[in-house]
Design a protein. Structure first.
Ligand code: 6PG
Length: 247
């Protein structure tokens, strides 16, 4: 593992290519899943949408090295969702289902989409999380980062950044890139046992530099740079960057 020269909250893992990065992340995911299942009997995995993780999900499906992934004991959760139907082009669940879930031996009842188009979507997701993850500790959360440094659907200046207790909430209004969203919140994300932020490509380099500068100066502000609000209480955060993103 290279530590890179960026100063970010958590560990920084830089791989020379995106392909290598997917392998490094997949290896960690398989090990974490096996260890969680041995200790606690299940692995609660929360996945992000967006374009970055899609090739990673494909890799998990097609590469024989990752067939060891213990899917029958894994629960898949969705980090955030646009308030659109599940067959909509913009639905994160649609992408995660088509690229991953439909191709692995996971139990249907262990897949937890956010029913984001329904009016009580956030309440339902809070209830479902409480039923299956009573202590609020997801085992592994895969996050991405937007060019404005948002993560999940926690956008700069948006109301969900200030949520103090609920695990999932609606995020809408000023600051939220349309359409409206339902998102996991800091109180849940920061209780996870492991978090990985996957960032690839030169287009994210400037954002990483901004985050790095703010962290170095001790001036990280989640209202402006929501990714800096990811700071686990008692878990491990690792940034997975390819060389194009890390610069
Ligand atoms: C989403 C996300 C979001 C994403 C970033 C990065 O639904 O869009 O969950 O937080 O991870 O916007 O998106 P890209 O990977 O498309 O750059």
């Amino acid at each position: 593992m290279n530590s890179g020269s960026l100063q970010l909250t958590g560990l920084v893992h830089v791989s020379p290519t995106a392909d290598q990065l997917y392998d490094d992340l997949a290896g960690l995911l398989v090990t974490s899943a096996m260890s969680a299942i041995e200790k606690r009997g299940a692995f609660h995995l929360a996945l992000s949408g967006g374009s970055t993780p899609e090739p990673f999900y494909h890799r998990l499906v097609i590469d024989p090295r990752y067939r060891a992934m213990p899917w029958p004991d894994i629960h898949v959760w969705i980090v955030d969702e646009r308030r659109v139907p599940h067959d909509d082009e913009q639905s994160n669940y649609r992408m995660i289902r088509e690229s991953l879930v439909d191709h692995v031996p996971i139990r249907r009842r262990c897949v937890h989409p956010i029913h984001a188009a329904s009016p009580d979507a956030a309440d339902r997701y809070n209830g479902e999380l409480q039923e299956h993850v009573a202590d609020g500790r997801l085992d592994f959360v895969l996050l991405g980062m937007g060019a404005d440094a948002h993560t999940a659907s926690l956008f700069p200046g948006s109301p969900a950044l200030r949520e103090q207790s609920r695990w999932a909430t609606v995020n809408e209004g000023e600051g939220v890139t349309p359409p409206d969203r339902v998102t996991m919140t800091y109180p849940l994300l920061n209780r996870a046992r492991e978090l990985a932020v996957l960032v690839t490509g030169a287009s994210k380099r400037d954002t990483l530099r901004r985050v790095d500068e703010h962290v170095r100066a001790g001036a990280a502000d989640a209202e402006q740079l929501p990714i800096t609000g990811i700071d686990p209480d008692d878990g491990e955060l690792t940034w997975f960057l390819d060389a194009d993103a890390a610069g």
